[in-house]
Structure formats: structure tokens, C-alpha cells
Design a binder for this molecule. Structure first.
Ligand code: BGC
Length: 741
């Protein structure tokens, strides 16, 4: 048994504990810390042996390399406690293993997919969802989650759009920070907290054609201004770990990129957590053709800055020889181990290594968690159309409910649901039957138009509510699509119902932007509910009845046609920003009008969403503004204000969004960028003023040579309902008191 030394003393500072432990470790034990293996059946015996010899750092609690596409993958408490016991009580130094798992959007209580959480435009929703996820997962023995994913998703063909916070770096950063706070809490060692991991550093979402794992070409300018900022935000918020991605960007696979993993992450940002590879992404450097073999891959990945290898087993097998031959330095090994041990101490693992099995059962799916999951689901719903106030439905409506998703349970939970159980999940049919059975006059579930729908339309119902959209299996890892269209038959259902003169309400489930161009004309109302977790169905039914007010906003642009992709609101201006008719606009919208066979504008822009009420945004104004760049940088903010007036007869919520355009800059800048937003409730008849303070970050960018700068000159500003709203305001910042305009 180990003796009590400083590293075992929780009262000693973490740095001292780390140094004390490091001093006592052999090279093999150090290398062991850098290795993570999976809990695949075939390696369990080996894991036990390695744990008891102190030759293993971590386990990823996943049965396959595609954990997000598998279910029934439940955690085995006895197995984990046994393996941990070998590490803690049998190994020479008793260093606990750290157990990581993909707890992406809830654990046993499943919260909305991250894209749906982002649609809430409410960081509190994200923080709360992650807090519950951490609470349940930690009771199940998870110390560390591989979330949040802050990859920017500009192309919804990519299946992992569902796991992201969408296309915008600012929104993704705000939500990423909220997630880190929710998972880690003030102190990750506290009960109910786990370590977070910002992933997949970086550029993974830019895969060519949306094809998962594919090459990304991202200019340094776009990398620094679009893809890196949400990661930097997570680092600044104290995220404990970062995952290095699979993809090749700009000619280097990320997991072998010293530039990204050391130059930017360590030297420029000064971040001190540890980097874990994505599943076998270090070993795969050989497949990328950057390494000769597995040993060479280990050398490149480790020297580039990947501190822990997930499941390729290349560090355990090759680092010793690489160190002996001088191709990897012992200093680099010490650096990686220091970071890993710091995280283990930070998590309080030495004090609490085991799962309390009794407590675990009691922690799952509490009524409070389920109620929070329902509210979170409702807050992310986006109302895209509501002709003549088709919604909310009156209790007197005679409703026919149907469509291919009526009885589905699994899809409601979304991708990356390792621990949620579809059998515990209420589907739409059951939710209606529980909440408002008296309204439902008919039910049908075929995916294609058939006699049942026609009969319902012919006789009984005045309103047809159709549950449409995409199956969760179309989303997540390695689930790219070439078309964002609805599956065959879905539009036809809406058309058939409309042709009978019914009010048609489409509830669209999805994990990405879909093309709803053909559906839209046949619907009176369209509500996007994403894959919103355990409580999706009751949240939808209550929203249709007006108990919840839909006030989510789109975190991704919904195109008219898949062929427009990639399509995002923050595109760059072109030199020919006039439309095909030669009409030049000041808002750079015409530069999208380049197709002969389709309008270029999106069907629904980023940030778009309606409510049941009528809140007007008026009197957008600048309340104060610094004169110079220097004053802005010294802390004097630009203050914008907007009046929100609820002219309707019901309380409602809205999301004023602040967009900025830098008109003249050293490098080209996007036509507009989101810089602030806030979700605001306004009572019927009420008027309120909201103020937004924009600091230097809202006006600066990374210019040539990757350096941060704020340029003097003109800026356009708006406080708007969505990204498709024209700018209303303008300021000019002078350089050191000298006017440049
Ligand atoms: C995914 C990661 C995930 C890891 C562990 C990989 O295939 O890309 O997002 O965290 O597996 O399951």
C-alpha cells in the first residue's frame, strides 16, 4: 500500500501534489497516464492488468468507435469499481483512472440536442442542461465528459451539426462557456460536477461536402475569426480538456499539428489543461500519410501536443522507445503527465475514486430534472410560420394527429443518447392522450398518404397536426446526407390535408437545417422542435396549446435548396454585390443571387423565429459611443438601445440580436456578425427598453499575421429580430482622435 505523502494530502496545493507524485513515478507509469483505452469487451482483461500495474491513465466508457450511434451501452458500476480498485489499491502509487464518456445532452434524463439548446438563445438553458447531465453522469461514475462540441457547422449535410451550437462563432462561444460552467461548476471536485472537454479542435465542421472525417481547407483568416474563437472562449472559461480532431486541415491532420495544438493553444492562448485525441486520431496519422507507422504516429502526435491518446494504444506501446532514442523528450512526457495529473487532482479523484451505487440509482430522472428537460425542450422550439395565428390551437379544435413520427420514441432523444431509454420516453400520440385527449378526433401514422388520412380529412377533423422530419439515425457521427429535403411522402401528407381545406400544422423534428421549401406552401404553421430529448412530446403538445410560447431562434440558416450549401449568414462581401439585374444593394444580399435556377436567399435566415404574440422592436438607437479606437479599447463601450413593445393581448418573448459590420478593415470581414443577444419577456401591453453594451471585442478581429486589431473607420450596427434585417445605425471610430472618414 502506498504511504501517505504530500500528493495524497487534499490540503496541499495541486501543483505540489503533482510534483510530489511525478517525482516518484517511473517512465512506464508516466507513459501509462497518457494512455486511454476503451471498455470494449475484448480488452477488459488487459485493462485490469494495466490498472493494477499503474500503467493506464483513463478509460473511455464506450463500446465502439461510434458510441453515438449505439444504444443499450449502459455503464456497469461493478466493472468500473473493480477496475478502479485495481488502480487505487493494487498499483504502486494508487493513481485513480479517470473515466470519460460522451455525456452530450443529458444522461438518463435526455435534454435537447445541442443544436436545439442553442436555438433557445438562452445560455441558462445550456448551463442547466449540462448541470443535470453532470449530476446524473457523475452519480453513474463518469468523471469527465467529451462535451461541449463547439465546432462551427456551416454545412448541414454534416451529421454532427446536431451536436453543435450551429453556424455562429459568437453564439457557439456563449453556449460553450455556459456548458463548461454547467459541467464543471465552480469546482469540478464538488459533488455532481464533471470535467468538460471542448471538441473537436478544430475545423472538423468544415469537412468537404459535409462528409464526415473529410479534409477541410480553412484560411488562417477564417480559422482565427470563425473556427477558433469558441474554443478560445472555452479555454478562457477554464475548460479542463480539449479533444484534438480527426480531420486534415490545410495540409496537416489536426492531431499531428504542432501549430494548432502547441503554437496556438499553448503559446498564444496560455491554456494549461490537457489535450486528448479523438478516437484513435493519433494512430490515424499513419492513414493520413503523415506518419510511417504507429510508432511514428505516436511521435508526431505527442510532440505536436496531444497529451493523451484515446484508444489507439500507440503511446503505451511506443513512447518508451521514442524516449530512449531521443525522438521524444522526457520533458515533453513530464509536461503531458503534469497536465493529466492536475486534472485528476482538480476533479478530486484521489479523494473520491469510486461509484456510490446506491446513490447512483436515486439520482436518475428525478421529477425536477424531467420538468427542466421539458422547459429546455420548449425553449428551443422555433416557430417558422404561423399564418393567421393558426397556433396556439383552441381547446375546441377537432384535431387529427398523424405522420411518420407520431409513435416514434427513439428519434425524440436524438443522436448521442448513450444512456437515455426510449422505453421511458413519451411519444407524441401518448402525450396528446395524456394532455388533451378530448381534442383528438383521429390518429394515423403512415408516412405516405393513404385512406386513413383522407378519411380523417373528409369527415372529422378541422386541424391536421403532422409529425414530420428526420430520424435521429440520419444525424450525428458519420451520418452525412446529400439532401436536406424531407423524406418522400411527408410533403404529400401536408398537401393532401391542405387540399381538403384543413388547417395544417407541421411539427418538424431534425438535427440540422432542413429544406422546407416544398412543405411551406401547404402549412398554416410550422414548428421546428429538433430532437429535443426525453420530454419533447409533452413540450410540443403544450406549446401547441399555448402553455409554452415558442420563442427559439434558428442557430443555423435554413436554405431553400441543398445546392446552396454551404450557406451561412456571415458570408464575406464580394466585389460584385449586385444581383443578376445589376441592382447594387448596400446590404450585400444580392451577392447571394447568383443562381439561374433558384433564388439565392435562405428560406429562413439565421436568428429567425416567430412568437405567438406581437412584440415590436422600435426606436433602435445609439445611446453612447466612444470617439476613438483607443477609448473603446480602454473600456468605454458602445451602448445601443431598443424599445420592445408588446402590442398584442398575450405575454410573449423575443430575442433582440445585435449585428455589426466593419466597413473598412485590413482584411475582408463578414457582411454582418452577431455580437450580442438577449431573450426578453414582455407582458401584454408592456413596453421596455433593452440596452446592449458592446466592448472592443465586438469591433475587433484577427487581421494579417493573425494579430488581433480594432480598425478605425465606419461600422454599421443593428438591433434586429434576425440576421436578415437591414442595418439601422452607424458609428465612426477615429484613430487616436484623428478622423479617418
Ligand atoms: C467522436 C468523439 C467522441 C469519441 C468517444 C469519436 O468517434 O468523434 O466525439 O467523443 O468518439 O466516443
Amino acid at each position: 500500500m502506498p504511504t501517505m505523502t504530500c500528493y495524497r494530502d487534499p490540503a496541499s496545493p495541486i501543483e505540489e501534489r503533482v510534483e510530489d507524485l511525478l517525482r516518484q513515478m517511473t517512465i512506464e507509469e508516466k507513459i501509462g497516464q497518457t494512455q486511454q483505452l476503451s471498455t470494449k469487451e475484448d480488452v477488459q482483461a488487459e485493462i485490469g492488468a494495466l490498472a493494477s500495474e499503474g500503467m493506464l491513465g483513463s478509460l473511455v466508457l464506450a463500446g465502439t468507435a461510434l458510441a453515438g450511434n449505439n444504444s443499450n451501452n449502459n455503464i456497469r458500476h461493478d466493472l468500473l469499481n473493480n477496475i478502479q480498485r485495481l488502480a487505487v489499491e493494487h498499483s504502486r502509487l494508487g493513481i485513480p483512472l479517470i473515466f470519460g464518456r460522451d455525456v452530450i445532452h443529458g444522461h438518463r434524463t435526455v435534454f435537447p440536442i445541442p443544436l436545439a439548446q442553442a436555438a433557445s438563445f438562452d445560455p441558462q438553458v445550456v448551463e442547466n442542461a449540462c448541470r443535470w447531465a453532470a449530476y446524473e453522469a457523475s452519480a453513474d461514475g463518469v468523471h469527465w465528459t467529451f462535451a461541449p462540441m463547439v465546432d462551427i457547422s456551416r454545412d448541414s449535410r454534416w451529421g454532427r451539426t446536431a451536436e453543435s451550437y450551429g453556424e455562429d462563432p459568437y453564439l457557439s462561444g456563449v453556449m460553450g462557456v455556459a456548458a463548461v460552467g454547467g459541467f464543471q461548476g465552480e469546482n469540478p471536485a464538488a459533488d455532481g460536477c464533471i470535467l468538460a472537454c471542448a471538441k473537436h479542435f478544430v475545423g472538423y465542421g468544415a469537412a468537404e461536402g459535409g462528409r464526415d472525417y473529410n479534409t477541410a481547407e480553412i484560411s488562417d483568416n477564417t480559422l482565427r475569426n470563425i473556427y477558433l474563437p469558441p474554443f478560445k472562449d472555452c479555454c478562457d472559461a477554464g475548460v479542463a480538456t480539449i479533444m484534438s480532431g480527426f480531420c486534415d486541415i490545410n495540409g496537416e491532420a489536426v492531431s499531428g499539428s504542432h501549430y494548432l495544438l502547441t503554437q496556438i493553444l499553448r503559446h498564444e492562448w496560455g491554456w494549461d489543461g490537457f489535450v486528448v485525441s479523438d478516437w484513435a486520431s493519433v494512430g490515424q496519422l499513419a492513414e493520413h500519410g503523415m506518419a510511417e507507422d504507429a510508432a511514428d504516429a505516436a511521435r508526431i502526435g505527442f510532440n505536436a501536443g496531444v497529451d493523451m491518446d484515446m484508444s489507439a494504444d500507440v503511446y503505451r506501446k511506443h513512447l518508451r522507445k521514442l524516449i530512449e532514442s531521443g525522438r521524444v523528450s522526457e520533458d515533453r512526457l513530464n509536461e503531458a503527465v503534469r497536465r493529466i495529473l492536475s486534472a485528476k487532482f482538480r476533479k478530486g479523484l484521489f479523494e473520491h475514486p469510486y461509484i456510490d451505487i446506491e446513490k447512483s440509482h436515486a439520482a436518475m430522472r428525478s421529477p425536477v430534472a424531467l420538468a427542466d428537460a421539458e422547459r429546455a425542450a420548449a425553449r428551443g422550439f422555433v416557430l417558422l410560420k404561423n399564418k393567421d395565428n393558426a397556433l396556439p390551437l383552441s381547446k375546441e379544435s377537432r384535431v387529427g394527429i398523424g405522420g411518420p413520427m407520431l409513435d416514434d420514441r427513439r428519434t425524440l432523444l436524438g443522436c448521442w443518447t448513450l444512456d437515455g431509454d426510449p422505453q421511458e420516453t413519451t411519444n407524441f400520440r401518448e402525450a396528446w392522450d395524456e394532455i388533451a385527449p378530448e381534442m383528438v378526433v383521429a390518429r394515423f401514422n403512415p408516412a405516405l398518404v393513404d385512406q386513413s388520412l383522407l378519411q380523417i380529412c373528409n369527415t372529422r377533423a378541422d386541424t391536421i397536426v403532422l409529425f414530420l422530419g428526420e430520424d435521429q439515425a440520419m444525424t450525428g457521427e458519420d451520418n452525412a446526407v446529400v439532401s436536406l429535403d424531407l423524406a418522400p411522402g411527408q410533403v404529400e401528407l401536408a398537401r393532401a390535408a391542405k387540399q381538403w381545406g384543413k388547417k395544417v400544422v407541421a411539427i418538424v423534428q431534425c438535427g440540422r437545417a432542413l429544406v422546407l421549401t416544398n412543405l411551406e406552401p401547404w402549412c398554416d404553421a410550422i414548428l421546428v422542435c429538433w430532437h429535443a430529448g426525453s420530454q419533447t412530446a409533452p413540450a410540443v403538445v403544450k406549446t401547441l396549446l399555448g402553455e409554452y410560447r415558442p420563442s427559439g431562434r434558428l442557430p443555423v440558416t435554413f436554405p431553400r435548396h441543398t445546392g446552396q450549401l454551404p450557406l451561412h449568414y456571415n458570408y464575406k462581401p464580394t466585389g460584385r454585390h449586385y444581383g443578376k439585374g445589376g441592382v447594387r444593394d448596400t446590404d450585400f444580399r444580392s451577392s447571394l443571387e447568383r443562381y439561374n435556377d433558384c433564388p439565392g436567399q435562405p428560406l429562413y435566415p439565421f436568428g429567425f423565429g416567430l412568437g405567438y404574440g406581437q412584440i415590436q422592436m422600435e426606436n433602435v438607437r445609439i445611446e453612447s459611443s466612444p470617439k476613438t479606437v483607443a477609448a473603446l479599447e480602454a473600456g468605454e463601450p458602445v451602448v445601443l438601445a431598443v424599445d420592445l413593445i408588446n402590442t398584442g393581448d398575450r405575454a410573449d418573448e423575443t430575442v433582440p440580436q445585435v449585428y455589426v459590420r466593419d466597413c473598412v478593415s485590413e482584411t475582408t470581414r463578414p457582411v454582418r456578425e452577431l455580437k450580442a443577444f438577449r431573450r426578453i419577456a414582455v407582458d401584454a401591453g408592456q413596453r421596455r427598453t433593452e440596452r446592449f453594451e458592446l466592448n472592443a471585442r465586438a469591433f475587433g478581429y484577427y487581421g494579417r499575421n493573425g494579430s488581433w486589431r480594432v480598425d478605425p473607420g465606419r461600422f454599421l450596427l443593428s438591433v434586429a429580430a434576425h440576421s436578415g434585417t437591414p442595418f439601422q445605425l452607424e458609428i465612426t471610430l477615429e484613430q487616436d482622435g484623428v478622423s479617418v472618414s
